[in-house]
Design a protein around this ligand. Sequence first.
Ligand code: SF4
Length: 372
Amino acid sequence: MDKMNDLQTDSSIFSSLLLDWYGCSGRDLPWRKTRDPYKIWLSEVMLQQTTVAAVSAYYKRFLVRFPTVESLAAAPLEDVIDLWAGLGYYSRARNLYAAAKMVVEQFDGVFPEDAEALQQLPGVGRSTAGAVSALAFDRHAPILDGNVRRVLCRLFALQEPPRSAKAEKQLWCWSEKITPVENVHDFTQAIMDLGAMVCLPRKPLCDECPLVELCQANALGLEKELPLKQVAKQTPTRYDVALMIDHGDRYLVRRRNVDGFLGGLWEFPTISISAEDDSEQKSRQLLGHLNLEGSGKYVGCIQHVYSHFRLKSEIYYKQIENLFLISEEENVWFSLDELQNIALHGAHKKVLAKFQKERSLNVFTPDFDQDR
Ligand code: SF4
């Protein structure tokens, strides 16, 4: 405990131990070779809820297509969403685009240096703002991403659910306290690396940790129990029917309105239903909206969990011969290979996977006689 008291009065102990370790063991990542705030901001947004391994290729591809904030702001939103395809959490792509426009139109293309000012940008919360301010401008700005949150919960043996309001306040206070005034750039990368490489979620590698002598969780034998588990929220369930319309092995999709939920993403034709509805009858109704008669073949059901509800989707398949029956202008047809590479929203990625699995079992055969 004496060591912890030292830490609380002299954060330089913490940072010097961490920086020594970082000098030998820090990661070499593509976005660490730059101090360009645009590139750092891009990497930080991509890294929200996504692993380093998944982000690296997207980061490089994005910079080839949009090398500057001006080029990103000038592109159509649909291009940005399509390039984001596969990275998930598409609200990040929409916010990225809106933030690029704000930087160009309101800040003359220059990113603010101050973490508070950076938080004006859509999709930039306090931790992302802190990371950009620290990594691009070496400003004293604390962060609290998932890795740092875990390290601090253990280091100070926090006995609160880590997302509670009380914990949030305490964790920010600690993060502020341990962030040094100098060497903020390296310190910020070092604490992120410690969480990613040593203070691992399930099995922290305390024997390799430069902070083991300072760690309260380790001293108490609680390193695997902390952070405390968050109690799962109850979420309501919604239901829909999704249709796979097959014309010559190409499938009908539409892009969702860019201003709404899952805006700009692709999906198969869909109709909302209630828990009591007959999904087969609703699939006929949906076919009717598409100027088609008859019914589809039942494929199966998938579930997808969003932050505020759970979706159960019943999938039907219909093969058609005559394209002219479907008259809407916004219809687009993709092959199964192409569907793998477009920005389908998460639930319909599962619809596609379910369909392909069932199809591989030869459940579906040409059946044009159901066409009108
Ligand atoms: S000693 Fe173990 S639990 Fe504590 S910070 Fe280091 S790795 Fe995490």
